[in-house]
Write a protein that binds this ligand. Structure first.
Ligand code: ADP
Ligand code: MG
Length: 412
């Protein structure tokens, strides 16, 4: 059955009129039982590529997912769509019921953490009833090249190999070539099984500018962006300081978020933000994963992000609804100085890799050419020379100072 034939089901189950991007290609492969690695940016809609087959196929789709919080978000979403979904994690008390439901064929979708998926008990459960598909979410966790290696992911292979007739679908937003090839190898997916979606987010306007007086720069930026937004700060204390300053200066609701706050506070901040039409969160990178808010209108960085990948992922939280959105990065000489200092404290084996990351960031802040083109080339794409929707395309002259400054920094 082809993806097109599933359009009525896509509408009736999820309320969507059409597939987005490469979703149809992935669903086609899944429905014909081929092994696939789907590399699609965050927010592209990877979950749908196994949730729709979960409804369409006879048998249960088993999803390996590394974070319980994300899993439970997904579970709620799937159930709301009428999918018979459950999870087996350390916080689920209804283990026996879930297992029985699986054996009875009463589940469409079963989420499981990797450490449990590799257990004997789970293998036995799979033998009791063959699943329709193994979906491995956040599949970059299987690779040491990836930014979040999880040893448990390596142990999935024997389980997959024990069921050669069950197709595998690996999903990730990591586009880096090394990681991609490693995932294919580790999970036994043929090279032709790679479905690579475009990384461009044309509705996001990128601006990168030297930090002169951050509170004022951010206040002006926010004044021009009445919708909800996130301001990423390098430190926890920075999030709190900035929240206060911006609340005063803009008169808008601003809340700080970082891992040092009580779980209750964090969950309230997150909840309020998702519901808000003008709220702002000043946050460390702890904020954002698993937050499904399509109408975030801006993402600002008060300091240098960790890497191009982090920058892409963090700015990518803006404008998921496809409407215009803005990304502003403020960077300073001290950001680079600090990052260089951290380099010297790293274990030898990591220095080279981190230096490459830092240089890539330097290239992004320094370039007088199209920012988007630089980003997309970083992810292995061949973009047009100019996008017409970044600061360098829109106001070429304004960037000269920044370039001179950046060159000084890098040669220092
Ligand atoms: P990813 O895992 O790739 O980051 P998700 O699966 O979490 O992305 O989906 C992101 C958002 O896109 C969700 O709100 C989802 O409902 C929405 N979405 C997915 N597919 C479609 C589609 N075909 N049309 C419209 N919205 C979609
Ligand atoms: Mg996802």
């Amino acid at each position: 059955m082809s993806a097109d034939a599933l359009l009525p089901l896509l509408k009736s189950t999820f309320g969507f009129d059409a597939f987005r991007g490469k979703q149809a290609d992935v669903v086609d492969r899944v429905m014909t039982g081929e092994n696939t690695l789907a590399v699609m940016p965050t927010g592209a809609g990877k979950s749908l590529t196994y949730q729709l087959p979960a409804v369409a196929l006879t048998g249960c789709v088993v999803v390996v997912s590394p974070l319980i919080a994300l899993m439970h978000d997904q579970l709620r979403g799937a159930r709301a769509a009428g999918i018979r979904a459950a999870s087996l994690t350390s916080v689920d008390a209804d283990f026996a019921e879930t297992r029985q439901a699986y054996r009875d064929g009463a589940l469409d979708l079963l989420y499981i953490a990797p450490e449990r998926a590799t257990s004997e008990g789970f293998r036995t459960l799979m033998e009791a009833r063959t699943p329709a598909l193994f979906a491995i979410d956040e599949a970059h966790c299987v690779s040491e090249w990836g930014h979040d290696f999880r040893p448990d992911y390596r142990l999935l292979r024997p389980l997959l190999d024990a069921f050669p007739a069950v197709p595998r679908l690996a999903l990730t937003a990591t586009a880096d070539k090394h990681t991609r090839e490693d995932i294919l190898l580790q999970l036994g997916i043929p090279a032709e099984g790679l479905v690579l979606a475009g990384f461009d987010r044309p509705n996001i306007r990128y601006r990168v500018t030297p930090r002169v007086s951050p509170a004022k720069q951010l206040t002006d930026f926010i004044a021009a962006n009445p919708g909800p937004g996130i301001v990423y700060c390098p430190t926890r204390s920075g999030t709190e300081r900035l929240a206060e300053q911006l609340a005063k200066a803009t008169g808008r609701p601003v809340a700080a978020y970082h891992a040092g706050l009580d779980a209750e506070v964090r969950s309230r901040v997150q909840h309020d933000f998702v519901a808000s039409e003008d709220g702002i969160v000043t946050a460390t990178v702890a904020f954002g994963m698993g937050i499904d808010k399509p109408d975030v209108r801006f993402v600002a960085h008060a300091g240098l992000p960790k890497s191009i990948e982090s920058y892409y992922q963090e700015t990518g939280r803006a404008g998921r609804d496809g409407d215009p959105a803005e990304a502003l990065m403020l960077w300073g000489a001290d950001d680079f100085a600090k990052a260089r200092m951290r380099l010297s404290e790293l274990p030898e084996v990591r220095v080279a890799g981190e230096r490459v990351r830092l240089n890539a960031l330097a290239a992004l802040v320094e370039t007088v050419e199209c920012r988007r083109a630089l980003l997309l080339r970083h992810f292995g794409e061949t973009p047009p020379e100019r996008c017409g929707n970044c600061d360098n395309c829109l106001e070429p002259a304004a960037q000269v100072d920044a370039t001179v400054l950046a060159q000084k920094l890098l040669s220092a």
